[in-house]
Design a protein around this ligand. Structure first.
Ligand code: BES
Ligand code: MN
Ligand code: MN
Length: 463
């Protein structure tokens, strides 16, 4: 891999400039106004793959946004790595909180990133991380050091639940034949504590609508006489956690597995500073389920959180009104073996039962996804661990993450393939938030580390 590594060192500026061009495209999958930009991003990724030496590059249209495919087949007898990533991004709002516009990438130094970080929506999630794979493969192809076959599948709908990707993979089993799926769409503990993501939480997402009287009412004439939907909704929501921050939906924890003390002790070895955590978020204390540490609350325990709530008068000044309706969006993060459809149903039943007299409740499910845990005794994990150890000089720690990538569970169910998650982002990179960024150290380290995964995985699995 020496020529590959030399090529990477020589082409750092080129790689960065190419990423900057991709980051300038506002490929916001959730907003129809950006449909052309999303398509442009797909074409840009396809062009980049071609320029890198990847072959058979195709853009597959779907009912939603397109999927970019490409491959470099060296020899059918060699193992095949299937790289998954996404080129779509979250909306940039609230845009006024960006110190520099979200789609005008800029390099700035931060406390955590003294080498500089690239600020732009999608820099870390996931254009920057996906692009590391394109550049790592380019370096190997251009130096005749690609040790096995590689396939790319880069989608444009991850941030809206990957609704069409399941159908695509079901219909493309032959095309997607591989030995392992490789993903960089998660994070690591810190720049001097590399880690490999070994789990993701699942997701159940619902919207609730609470209706009282058939129209907005004068709060003086009717106040005190009819159920107020906003009062009712907030009370219902408040009752979803008990005094220990346990979720009160009956049956919610039935399938949750308690980890053994041994597993919890292993997890607790990952460095965590309560003080730095609070400082970074400007909070006076953490909050969560009694009996669990902050890292546990954020990874191995399920949650229920209101993500948005609205209703009534929210404009300037005061308007004395009792709203007819109130709404909330609620996410539940799930752990093995909670199934999103079952949890959604339990929630729905329970929430409807909470409605006080005079209030109607409608619960509408949105997209969901199953949790995943990946083994740490596999050859792929061993190869990834070797790769990090080579470039960081330290063995990576296995860490279960709190985020969700719903398609990963489907990879196993539909394609029968395990996934290895080599994330290089940091929690402090502000993904989904204003001022998202990705460290240059992380971007380049990712490109340097990935080739060692290929060489080691090939060595370990070659028939
Ligand atoms: N890349 C993230 C998920 C992630 C980030 C996992 C960091 C682990 C560490 C992904 O793009 C994402 O945002 N997923 C959504 C779910 C999706 C259905 C919108 C999420 O977790 O909220
Ligand atoms: Mn992502
Ligand atoms: Mn995301």
């Amino acid at each position: 891999m020496q020529n590959t590594q030399n090529y990477i060192q020589k082409n750092k500026d080129k790689f960065l400039n190419e990423l900057i061009d991709l980051l300038k495209i506002p490929s916001i999958s959730a907003d129809k106004a950006y449909i052309t930009d999303v398509q442009n991003a797909a074409e840009s990724v396809a062009q980049n793959l071609k320029n890198s030496g990847v072959e058979n590059v195709q853009i597959f249209p779907t009912k939603g946004h397109a999927i970019v495919y490409g491959e470099k087949i060296i020899d059918a007898n060699l193992p095949t790595v299937l790289v998954y990533g996404h080129y779509d991004v979250q909306p940039a709002d609230p845009i006024e909180l960006w110190t520099n516009p979200a789609f005008e990438p800029i390099i700035k130094v931060t406390e955590i990133h003294p080498e500089g970080a690239i600020f732009a929506r999608g820099s870390c999630d996931d254009k920057g991380q996906m692009f590391m794979h394109v550049k790592a493969v380019e370096a190997m192809i251009q130096n005749n050091e690609l040790p096995c076959n590689v396939k790319f599948m880069i989608e444009g709908e991850e941030e809206v639940g990957s609704v069409n990707l399941g159908t695509f993979i079901s219909e493309s089993k032959e095309l997607l034949k591989a030995d392992i799926i490789l993903v960089s769409d998660t994070g690591m503990l810190s720049n001097d504590t590399p880690s490999i993501t070994t789990g993701l939480r699942g997701l159940s997402y619902v919207e609730v609508e609470v209706t009282g009287p058939n129209r907005d009412l004068h709060s003086g004439l009717y106040g005190g006489c009819v159920a107020n939907p906003i009062n009712a909704l907030t009370k219902m929501i408040a009752s979803l956690h008990d005094e220990n921050n346990h979720i009160t939906v009956p049956g919610f924890y039935d399938k949750v597995q308690e980890l053994s003390d041994n597993e919890r002790n292993e997890m607790a070895k990952a460095p965590f500073s309560h003080e730095n955590y609070c400082k970074a978020l400007n909070i006076t204390n953490v909050s969560g389920e009694t009996g669990y540490s902050t890292p546990e609350r954020g990874s191995i325990r399920p949650t229920l959180d209101v993500n948005g709530i609205w209703g009534g008068y929210t404009g300037e000044g005061a308007k004395t009104v009792i709203a007819s309706k109130a709404y909330a969006k609620i996410s539940m993060r799930l752990v093995p073996h909670q199934m999103p459809d079952e949890i959604t149903e339990l929630f729905q039943k329970h929430f409807e039962s909470l409605a006080p007299d005079g209030i109607k409740v409608v619960v509408t499910p949105h997209h969901g996804g199953e949790p995943v845990v990946t083994p740490i005794d596999s050859l792929a994990y061993q190869a990834a661990s070797f790769a990090y150890e080579t470039t960081f000089g330290k063995k990576p720690i296995p860490v279960r993450s709190g985020g969700s990538i719903p398609i990963i569970a489907l990879f196993e169910q539909i394609l029968g393939l395990k996934t290895i998650m080599m994330g290089f982002g940091l929690d402090s990179d502000a993904i989904h938030s204003p001022n998202e960024h990705f460290g240059l150290f992380n971007f380049y380290k990712g490109i340097e580390t990935i080739p060692y995964f290929y060489s080691e995985f090939t060595k370990l699995t070659k028939k």
